[in-house]
Design a binder for this molecule. Structure first.
Ligand code: HEC
Ligand code: HEC
Length: 751
């Protein structure tokens, strides 16, 4: 009824472009709004009167309302929404709350006064970020797997436009204070737009760049792209460079760079936009302190150009004393005070927020030491487990932090000069935790270990609190390369050769076969559990083998404490050696969801499916997990198993994708860099095709930028049809690609 009354007035207002107050329940919302400044997507939001926090509970499919005004700090209600809520936005009049549900593909609309859900609005596949325009009239939603943005009218709660082709994997959103521009981050870095061939970019520290799509709100069309540059020198040196053919010599004198990646959030302050992100530094030798970095990227919102003020927040931390030293791993969110140039970056992997200061030009610093002996002045506040979002109240006295794993909200005193300034003063439960000792508790522990760079305390210097066993002084986490258990899209120059990160959502089949077994720690037992043989070169067979990754790639002390050697395949199994590693394996089976494919053209998909079958693709890419790769024995591999170069040879297939002369087909063997000597000559482990639409670039070395490009390889596309090329026509290949893009858990399998 109310809407019936105000709608005509709104229509009139829009037509004449009148920008004063309108006949909504609260007549001055626009005034309120313009003082509210720019908006941005976040999993946690605060009403403009500073009274209520709204926060998502992604694992419980709810949002919670917490009353925080006057430091009341109590939970008032938990409301069921769709599956996997990720972002919450409140209209400036505090009357309506929007929640994106990533798995359901919907936006829930909640009446903030009655706290009842009004409806679910269908949007694109896997909606993530959301933000209301400062005037409260429109909601923008980033559809992560559709490469589109939905624009929702907040009066009618209908989608008024879907902006297509906004760039791959739109994720975080910010809207300028005047409401004229919407910025949408592309979550994964993209190849740099220069003349170098792909094989000279994939694997390079400067081969990719961050990108932010600009949408003009007057027209709702894409108006351009902001490029976030790599840093040529991140402040850490390597003792060689695989791609430059400089053999590691033990002398650390080679400057390393990194490019912005995993762009989850963007926040505008003044005329700058700030993007905390996990930057990738893939060129080898891949040592823990030169693989991922903690960037705070900056661009100018008037010119939409990188303002050359990006910092690596890790730089300088190496000079901190043991006992204090902790890298700023997986910066995922940021919020600024409204009346000063102070902000706080959320470091998801270290359970800390870190104070950032801006100089008069907007350049950030965390006041890290600049040389050995300089103590620096980094202010870190310990919060809950795996913080992922932050919001600051209007008087700049409190910050509220959303902790994903501990399922609570930290209340941090940030009032300048307060005796408890920069400490957590309260913790408010947001949603329930699983009962102790339940299987759900094991899954949550695995999820925690996956996302942390700390873990249990160790005995070595680099594993003592505040650091732990997962990484050298908290440097890296599994999330750093496998966000949400998926892939960072990066070709890492690993010991085996150039290697695209494997999406772990199809490492195990979903669902598991009836009667699959787990051990006392909840770890899947092989072969009753259906699991792929691991890595492109089939060099591992258990998730627990990634203890080697914790130790070598992340420089951690590791989770196995029995004192016995840790090896990949033989002679012993690693399952059952550490309850924590077993929890990580349990999480991998059940905690990682496969991507949800966008809708394609049904007729093309149906034709593509027939062509796929006719070409015999399913002989390799068939079965419940869309790959024939499966551990069919109890680890370790038996004496009859052929292992060459550490590879389980039985699982390798050569489909003409190994080019020993490709520039980046290079690795270190016995301390010397050699061309074409990578594991691969014997073939590769067959990847799953579930959710393959989301996985580019493709193949072990990232050489195919699209599915169409994968199919250009005649040897590969004829491998299932006895060498007879049945896909010689481009039109046919386009249909196969359409089918590939549609493959999800719901697609009918080829037994
Ligand atoms: C520096 C980036 C990086 C980090 C950090 C990282 N991974 Fe990976 N991961 C990769 C790459 C690259 C591959 C493919 C490697 C290969 O094929 O040789 C991979 C492959 C895997 C696979 C194989 C999946 C399959 O189906 O074949 C698993 C399992 C895995 N990683 C687990 C982990 C775990 C657990 C952690 C944290 C302890 C972790 N990774 C940390 C980059 C990384
Ligand atoms: C003989 C086994 C075999 C057959 C038959 C086969 N493939 Fe593959 N496929 C592979 C292997 C092995 C790889 C990995 C190669 C690499 O990384 O260099 C692969 C990779 C792929 C990838 C890239 C996946 C990713 O995540 O990077 C796609 C897509 C693909 N295949 C589609 C197809 C299609 C479509 C067909 C039929 C026209 C087909 N394949 C036939 C073995 C096979």
């Amino acid at each position: 009824m109310l809407f019936g009354m105000v709608l005509p007035a709104v229509a009139l207002v829009l037509v004449v472009g009148f920008s004063g107050s309108i006949g909504r329940a609260s007549p001055d919302i626009r005034l309120l709004a313009s003082s509210a400044g720019p908006t941005n997507s976040s999993p946690i939001a605060l009403t403009s009167d500073d009274k209520f926090i709204w926060v998502v509970n992604p694992d419980n499919n709810t949002v919670s309302v917490l009353e925080v005004g006057g430091d009341l700090n109590v939970k008032r209600k938990e409301i069921k929404v769709g599956k996997e809520p990720r972002c919450v936005a409140i209209t400036p009049d505090n009357k309506t709350v929007y929640v994106t549900n990533m798995e359901s593909g919907t936006v829930s609309v909640i009446n903030a006064v009655t706290r009842l859900k009004k409806k679910d609005i269908k949007v694109g596949a896997e909606p993530f970020g959301c933000a209301v325009t400062p005037d409260g009239l429109k909601l923008y939603v980033a559809n992560y797997s559709n490469d589109s943005v939905s624009v929702i009218d907040t009066f009618t709660n209908r989608v008024i436009k879907t902006i297509q082709n906004v760039g791959p994997k739109p994720r975080g959103i910010a809207i300028t204070a005047n409401g004229s521009q919407v910025y949408v981050t592309q979550f994964l870095a993209q190849l740099r737009n220069d003349a170098r061939p792909v094989s000279e970019k994939e694997g390079r520290d400067d081969g990719k760049e961050g990108r932010v799509t600009i949408i003009n709100t007057a027209t709702n069309v894409v108006a351009g792209t902001v490029v976030l540059n790599p840093l040529a020198n991140v402040g850490f040196k390597s003792d060689g460079s695989v791609l430059d053919r400089l053999n590691p010599d033990g002398v650390f004198d080679f400057d390393t760079g990194a490019f912005p990646n995993l762009l989850q959030s963007i926040v505008i302050k003044g005329n700058k936009a700030y993007l905390p992100n996990t930057a990738s530094s893939p060129n080898g030798p891949v040592r823990f302190n030169v693989n991922v970095q903690a960037f705070l990227s900056v661009f100018d919102t008037s010119s939409n150009l990188d303002s050359n003020q990006t910092i690596n927040m890790n730089s300088g931390i190496q000079f901190e004393a043991v006992g204090k030293r902790l890298f700023a791993t997986n910066p995922i969110a940021i919020a600024f005070k409204h009346n000063s140039d102070v902000g706080y970056v959320v470091s998801a992997a270290t359970n800390r927020i870190i104070k950032v200061e801006l100089d008069s030009n907007g350049k950030p610093t965390i006041n890290a030491p600049t040389s050995a002996g300089d103590p620096g002045n980094i202010i870190r506040v310990e919060v809950g487990k795996n913080p992922q979002g932050i919001v600051i109240n209007s008087t700049d006295t409190r910050a509220y932090v959303f902790n994903y794993i501990s399922r609570d909200v930290s209340v941090v005193d940030i009032e300048s000069g307060s005796p408890t300034e920069n400490t957590e003063i309260a913790r408010i439960d947001s949603s329930h935790l699983p009962p102790a000792n339940s299987f759900e508790a094991i899954l949550l522990r695995g999820n925690e270990l996956f996302n942390t760079s700390i873990g249990p305390a160790g005995t070595q210097d680099n594993a003592l609190p505040p650091a732990g066993r997962m990484s050298d002084f908290g440097w890296g986490s599994c999330y750093s390369c496998h966000p949400d258990g998926r892939t960072d899209g990066v070709t890492w120059m690993f010991a085996s050769g150039p290697r695209q990160t494997v999406d772990m959502s199809t490492t195990f089949s979903h669902p598991q076969p009836p009667g699959w077994q787990i051990n006392a720690n909840g770890a899947p037992l092989l072969p009753s559990s259906h699991q792929r043989v691991l890595n492109w070169s089939a060099i591992f067979d258990e998730i627990q083998d990634f203890e080697l990754n914790i130790r070598n790639v992340s420089g951690g002390q590791g989770l196995i404490t029995d004192g016995n050697p840790v090896v990949g395949l033989t002679p012993t199994a690693n399952t059952g050696r550490s309850a924590d590693l077993d929890a990580l394996a349990a999480y991998t089976v059940l905690g990682i969801r496969a991507p949800i494919a966008p809708k394609g053209k049904a007729t093309d998909i149906a034709k593509g499916r027939k062509l796929f079958e006719a070409a015999g693709c399913h002989t390799c890419h068939g079965g419940v997990n869309w790959t024939r790769s499966r551990v069919d024995y109890t680890p370790p591999p038996g004496a009859g198993e052929t292992i060459t170069g550490g590879q389980l040879v039985r699982f390798l297939f050569n489909v003409g994708t190994f080019d020993p002369n490709a520039f980046n087909e290079v690795r270190i063997v016995g301390g010397t860099i050699t061309q074409g000597n990578s594991l691969g000559a014997l073939g590769f482990n067959v990847p799953s095709l579930i959710g393959v639409f989301s996985g580019g670039p493709y193949l072990h070395d990232g050489s195919a930028q699209s599915l169409e490009q994968v199919l250009e390889n005649v040897t590969h596309r004829s491998a299932g049809s006895g060498g007879v090329d049945k896909l010689g026509l481009l039109v046919d290949r386009l249909k196969v690609a359409a089918f590939l893009r549609s493959i999800s858990l719901k697609t009918k399998i080829f037994p």
